[in-house]
Ligand binder design. Structure first.
Ligand SMILES: Cc1cc2nc3c(=O)[nH]c(=O)nc-3n(C[C@H](O)[C@H](O)[C@H](O)COP(=O)(O)O)c2cc1C
Length: 183
């Protein structure tokens, strides 16, 4: 099984990127993970979509060939970051490779809300007609990592909070089963 990770932060030391890496490292026996380069995408422009720029075609192909997509994102101003929305807009047109694709969402914030507002918006976006992803049911499967500075090691950047890692293992196990059942 192969999973495509879409990370909504372009920051080099992003907590969200580190969350994706923790998922990758702890599940090497279950799936391989590739990372989409959302920072390489131009701004969505309808004039370009029929002869889409190379990074857009790469993203379409990565999503098409993935068995499942993991979206890990910070919350920016109570919603999803523009880079992630931009990627989803490209994915909603012409090729529409997310239709029926197993997707789960996760996020880390430095504050106490753990990206809940961003993920609620994200799930609405993922249900739009051109996207129609097959969402892992959120009940029991929400990954809302709060107070990042307390849960990631400052020197290595790695996620070290044991309770978070345990929760993550359970959710990812259910996501793998969900994605396998959709194949
Ligand atoms: C432009 C901007 C807007 C933000 N808005 C929110 C917000 O609405 N809610 C929240 O919990 N954190 C917010 N934050 C703080 C992020 O949780 C924090 O910067 C986090 O580290 C970003 O994720 P990253 O480490 O993966 O880059 C915001 C940060 C930025 C840069």
């Amino acid at each position: 099984m192969n999973v495509l990770a879409m990370v909504g932060s372009l920051r080099r030391e992003s907590y969200n990127l580190q969350l994706a890496r923790a998922i990758e490292e702890r599940n090497r026996k279950r799936f391989g993970m590739e990372y989409a380069e959302l920072g390489a995408l131009p701004f969505f422009n309808e004039d370009l979509e029929q002869e889409a720029p190379a990074p857009v075609r790469t993203l379409w192909e990565q999503v098409r060939s993935a068995d499942a997509v993991l979206i890990v994102t910070p919350e920016y101003n109570w919603s999803v970051p523009g880079v992630l929305k931009n990627a989803l807009d490209w994915l909603s047109r012409v090729e529409q490779p997310l239709i029926g694709k197993p997707v789960m969402t996760a996020g880390v914030s430095t504050g106490a809300m753990g990206t809940i507002r961003a993920q609620l918006h994200l799930r609405e976006i993922l249900s739009a007609p051109g996207i129609r992803a097959r969402l892992l049911p959120p009940a029991g499967n929400e990954v809302l990592v709060t107070l990042a500075a307390q849960k990631f090691d400052a020197a290595s950047g790695r996620l070290t909070d044991e309770a978070t890692l345990q929760h993550l293992d359970g959710v990812i196990g259910r996501f793998v089963d969900f994605a396998a059942a959709a194949r």
